[in-house]
Write a protein that binds this ligand. Structure first.
Ligand SMILES: NC(=O)c1ccc[n+]([C@@H]2O[C@H](COP(=O)([O-])OP(=O)(O)OC[C@H]3O[C@@H](n4cnc5c(N)ncnc54)[C@H](O)[C@@H]3O)[C@@H](O)[C@H]2O)c1
Length: 242
């Protein structure tokens, strides 16, 4: 129970990495505001729920208003995101706007709106991607947003550290969730590159990412600041060739 009495806001909380993060926060004793487009799948969990489109104009401010009612926020997890397995040549305007709007614009706006609500000891964890740290032949718009998440993480260190607030990111490799299942099972090139290319030779789980996210919010990580922590089975460090 490392987070008893603390409040966490988690976006993209209805499933996948976000949902595993909510469950982990609850196990650590935190109070959770769970935010997603739809919050039905977590209807049974003892959390505050908010169904909102973070990419909409008033989405981030609605989350901040809801969080304000809960008192100081100790952990903000910017996890909501959408994938797009497209090369740039195959990315139309609508796709580019959708991916940037969800993965980057909404994160900038929500983080800004949450700044006044953060406890002096607060921790922000952004969910980036291994694709934000290296080139990969497809998913161009997506990878650019995730590189932006990494840079946002470094960028805010100078602003937040004088207040005592820490900010870090996790960069997951291949994790089986609704976002990736069809690609893992149906896209041979992706499977070879991601699963075959992972030195540990297996697919990660949402719980393995959630464990690192929640660790970064605890006092055990009190001197970890401005880091992009890969949770990727070694993929970024030494891609293997299947
Ligand atoms: N699964 C992987 O292999 C992997 C790898 C690297 C990074 N990531 C990142 O991890 C994060 C979580 O992904 P996941 O794999 O759990 O995917 P997921 O699709 O299972 O979950 C993403 C959640 O975000 C929510 N969401 C999307 N757009 C939203 C919006 N506009 N407003 C509110 N909620 C919204 C979805 O409804 C969904 O519940 C994402 O940022 C993703 O880019 C995932």
């Amino acid at each position: 129970m490392r987070l008893q009495g603390r409040t966490a806001v988690v976006t993209g909380a209805n499933r996948g990495i976000g949902r595993a993060t909510v469950e982990r926060f609850l196990a650590e004793g935190a109070r959770v505001l769970a935010v997603d487009l739809d919050v039905h799948e977590i209807g049974h969990l003892p959390v505050h729920r908010l169904a909102v489109d973070l990419a909409s104009d008033d989405g981030p401010s609605r989350v901040a208003a809801e969080a304000r009612a809960l008192g100081p926020v100790h952990c903000l997890v910017n996890n909501a995101g959408i994938g797009a397995a497209r090369s740039l040549a195959d990315s139309d305007d609508a796709l580019i706007d959708r991916v940037l709007g969800t993965n980057l614009r909404a994160v900038l706006r929500l983080t800004r709106d949450m700044l006044p609500l953060l406890d002096p000891d607060a921790s922000i964890v952004n969910v980036g991607s291994a694709f934000g740290e290296t080139g990969y032949p497809t998913s161009t718009a997506y990878a650019v947003t995730k590189a932006g998440i990494s840079q946002l993480t470094r960028q805010l260190v100078a602003d937040l550290s004088p207040r005592g607030v820490r900010i870090n990111a996790v960069a997951p490799g291949v994790i089986r969730t609704a976002m990736t299942a069809a690609r893992i099972d149906g896209d041979e090139a992706y499977r070879k590159a991601m699963v075959g290319g992972t030195p540990l030779a297996r697919i990660g789980t949402p719980e393995q990412v959630a464990a690192v996210i929640v660790f970064l919010c605890t006092d055990e990580a009190a001197f970890v600041n401005g880091q992009i922590i890969a949770v990727d089975g070694g993929w970024l460090a030494a891609r293997t060739h299947a």
